[in-house]
Each structure stands twice: as C-alpha cells, then as structure tokens.
Design a protein around this ligand. Structure first.
Ligand code: ZN
Length: 528
C-alpha cells in the first residue's frame, strides 16, 4: 500500500548511480552496489514517492559482482530485495538505458539520493558536473543523500560560495575499518583511497562511523549519509522523515548501533533501562529496594563492558533511587542526574518518610547518612547526549502536578523513536495508586497521558515504562483505560477488598497484585 499522506502530486526523488568503470588498483570491472540502489528504491516507492534513476553519463548500468544475489561467491545471496528487482523485467529495464544527469531540472525533484558501489571511487572524484548537481540540490533546500562509497563525492563537492558542502556538518561514509577488512578478505589493496582517512583530513566537518558493517545513517538538516552497503534502508528512512517534514534540530542517527537492555526488580516489577552504543551507556533508574539490589544492578551494568556515563533518576519513588549509592560507588565517573532539582527534594523527602516508618532496608541510604544533594546533580538545560557513536539524545520533560508521584520525568529519544514514559504508564503491572495518589492526582495523570499521546500523534513509537516489559504506544491507551476504570469504581463507592477484587477481575494478566494493587485498596485517600 502506498501511504503518501499529503494530497497533491507525489514527491519525486532522483536516484543517481555510477556508470561502469575499471578499477585502477585491481583492474576489476566496477559498478554500483545492488542493495544500495534497490533497498532505498523499495523504501521510497513503498512510502508513495516517485523515483527516477539516472547516471552521470547515461546508458546501461552494471553492478559490482559481490553485490549480485546470484553471484557465485554467495556474498549477497541473502539479498532477496535485489533478487526481486533484478528478476522483475519492468524494474531491471530501469537500469538498461539510464538518462544522464545533463538536463536534470532540480525544481522537478524533492530529493537526490546517490548510490555507492565501487565505481564511484573511480568516477566521482573528478566529476565536477555531479558534484555541482548535488550542491545545487542542497542549496535549493532539497534533501541530499549519499551512501557508502557514493559519499566520496562529499570530499570535493562545494557550494556556490566555495565552501565544502560538508562544512559544519556531521556525516558518515565507508569506514577505514571496513576497507581494511575488505582488503584482508581479498588479500590486496582494493581502493585507490579511503573515504574516512580523507574525510578526517578535512577541517570544519565532523565524520562519524559506527561499528563495521552495522546499518548506520546520519541526518544533519538536509544532508543524509549512510555508512556502507547495509545502510541504504536506514538512510532512506531518514530521507523519508525529512521529506515528511520531521524536524531534526541536531544531527540524528539511525541504525543498529544503539541497544536498550532491561533490569527488573522481582517484587516491584520495576525497571532500570540501560541505553548503550559500543562504548558508552546511560542508565535510567535503579530498580532497587536497597544496596543489595544496587550491587546486583551494578554487576549487571558492568557485564556489558561499557563506560557508564550517567544515571538518570526519573522520580522520587524508592524503587527508582535506592540503588544509586551502590551504582555510584562502582562507577565513580558516572554522573547522577535528575531533570529538575526539585526531584532531589522529592528523593530526600521520600527517604525520610520510609526511614521514619522503619521501611528502609539499608540504613546507609537514609538522607541523614547519605548526602543526596552532593551526590545528584541537575541535567544540563541542553539535555543529555550519549557519548560515543552512534550518539543519541535524551530529551526530558517533567510533569507539572502530582500524579503517580509528585514529579515524574519522561525521556524522548528521537533517534530511536523511543519514549521512556516513567510511571505514567505501567505495562501489564497494576499501577501505583497508593499513599500519595488521590482522586485529583488520577485526573492529572490522565491529563499527562493525553499530553504524551498528543505529542506523538499516530506514531508507532517504542515505549519503555517504569514497570513491565518494553512495548509500544498502545500502553498509553491501556493505562488511560485502567485509570478511568479505577476512577469510575471509586466514584461508584468501591474501596478496600472489593476494589482490589474488581480490578483483579478486570485485569487478570496484571502483576503487582500483592503490592501495587493492595496499596490501592488500602489507600486512605480512597477509603470512604
Ligand atoms: Zn513510581
């Protein structure tokens, strides 16, 4: 199904692939790379865009042998998208007699996408016509994308004022580690130059790579670049986002280089989330009820072998912060952060409350003993960025009235289309509506969920909750239904055991019966 949502004429993308050539270093015939042409082509046409394929000189195109899914080497045998393209007479014909870029009318297109392969390394460096065309797209405010060895064009492409197109930009391209790997496989030097080595010689530009052969793309404003042959799809996704008007205030990355892991507290069903790339990690919350849990959490974090950059505490509930001392002792360089200084007050108040109630399992965690104010700092106003590559940004927002707790922090990670909802949403766990939550807080909570839903309209986003497994935006609607059910039962006069029994009946698959739901049933604010 095509899903070009805007009415009117379809947006058009110019796809440029290199003409066949002969490698000066190996003597091999070289061309374009199948997957870098077919995977973006599939993504663009699926999204409802029109695609024209052209080449600098025009004429029949030829692919690199290793990229051919039917090549005897079997190197690309998994690439059924290219196989389908190749075997479709109508699609294969698009590569038989391409038009040259000679008479391209930039105004006719919304984006240009330059395919890589081995031929660009031979034909693009001196091709001032192609360099000028790509610069014209960029200067005309069109999305300008290049992938893999096609990015070598950016080593030379200049704007009309003489500046390099990549001046002040963050971009990627074929990595030197990948060139070294390829040379090792073949047993000889393949390429006349390496893009990463050349890019690092340029001043005033930022070149980044992810792990070797991992799908990875960067969007910096209108400029989209993909690292290598496995990055055509993610680069195309960033192009589509740009064409659909998604705003990117700083360079965003897309790819397989960032992963999320979950640590669970067995009783509270509470989560700590670890966000990591190949070198660095950020921990969200501690899912602990004391220092022993914190030690277990620290062991778990250490097991990933990343440098723990920061721990973000989303709110002042005990299960969120009681592991922080153990983690900070183990990772002294990690910054302990909250999105608002008032959350440190919340933590101290809560610590005093549970200590005076005799419910603090580790005496060293009492606010009279542990200086939470010295330990925990405020997030910088600019937000938090995961160091290393690929980097992702954490955009925090703090609730403005008491709901599940006095203040809760949500974190939006745009590059991963991922929302940490904190305890605004519980996933298949009974929500905390115990001491501190009254009827008014339930209404505020519902309002905050509405706000989060409105901030991500119709989006298929990943949602990480404070309790329960990773899920998607449906959890927000499920939590809204749960809270409305609870509010309606309270309004109808239910309380105590009857309230607990009815919520159990309505949510038979939910955990947290023995703690969260029981505390709802015994919440003094709800007893009539
Ligand atoms: Zn909570």
């Amino acid at each position: 199904m095509s899903t070009n949502t805007t009415a009117g004429p379809k947006k058009k993308i110019l796809l440029v692939a290199a003409n066949p050539a002969t490698s000066p270093t190996t003597g091999w015939p070289v061309g374009f790379w199948w997957a870098e042409l077919t995977h973006p082509y599939a993504a663009f046409t699926e999204a409802g865009f029109e695609v024209d394929i052209r080449s600098p000189e025009g004429g029949a195109l030829r692919a690199d042998g290793y990229s051919d899914p039917e090549d005897a080497s079997g190197y690309s045998a998994h690439d059924f998208i290219s196989l389908g393209f190749k075997r479709s007479p109508a699609l294969a014909a698009l590569l038989e007699a391409t038009r040259s870029i000679e008479d391209v009318d930039v105004a006719h297109y919304d984006a240009v996408f330059v395919v890589g392969g081995q031929a660009p390394m031979v034909t693009f460096r001196g091709d001032t016509k192609l360099q000028a065309l790509v610069a014209r797209f960029f200067e005309a405010g069109k999305v300008t994308a290049l992938v893999c060895h096609g990015t070598c064009l950016l080593l030379d492409a200049r704007l009309s004022n003489g500046d390099l197109l990549v001046k002040g930009r963050t971009w990627t391209g074929f990595a030197s580690s990948e060139e070294a790997f390829a040379d090792g496989v073949v047993g000889r030097r393949i390429q006349p130059f390496w893009i990463e080595d050349e890019a690092r010689k340029l001043e005033g530009t930022r070149f980044e790579v992810a792990s070797a052969f991992a799908p990875f793309a960067i969007r910096d404003g209108l400029l989209v670049t993909g690292q290598q042959q496995n990055s055509g799809r993610v680069a195309a996704e960033l192009v589509i986002e740009a064409l659909e008007g998604v705003v990117a205030e700083r360079p965003v990355t897309r790819g397989a280089g960032v992963r999320v892991a979950r640590f669970v507290h067995p009783f509270f069903h509470a989560n700590a989330w670890l966000l990591m790339n190949s070198t660095h990690a950020i921990l969200i919350d501690t899912a602990s009820n004391g220092s022993a849990d914190g030690e277990r959490l620290a062991d778990w974090v250490a097991g990933f072998g990343r440098e723990l950059q920061a721990v973000v505490l989303s709110h002042g509930h005990p299960d969120v912060f009681l592991g922080v001392d153990a983690v900070s002792r183990r990772f002294p360089r990690a910054k302990l952060l909250v999105a608002s200084p008032a959350i440190v007050d919340d933590i101290i108040d809560m610590g005093k409350t549970i200590a005076s109630a005799g419910m603090l399992s580790s005496p060293e965690l009492g606010p009279d003993v542990l200086d939470y104010r010295a330990l925990i700092g405020a997030l910088p106003a600019t937000g938090l960025v995961l160091e290393g590559s690929p980097s992702v940004s954490l955009r925090t927002w703090v609730t403005t009235a008491p709901s599940e707790f006095t203040r809760l922090t949500t974190i939006w990670i745009p590059e991963l289309a991922t929302l940490f909802a904190s305890d605004l949403a519980y996933n298949h766990v009974h929500a905390w509506a115990g001491v501190g939550v009254d009827r008014k807080a339930l209404e505020a909570w519902l309002g905050f969920i509405d706000g989060v839903v409105a901030a991500h309209p119709g989006a298929a986003i990943r949602v990480l909750t404070g309790h329960g497994p990773e899920t998607d935006s449906n959890v927000l609607f499920a939590q809204r239904a749960y809270l409305r059910d609870l509010a309606a039962l309270l309004d109808a006069g239910a309380s105590g055991d009857a309230l607990e029994a009815e919520m159990r009946r309505r949510y038979p698959g939910h955990s947290g019966v023995e703690f969260q739901l029981h505390m709802t049933g015994t919440n003094p604010a709800f007893v009539r």
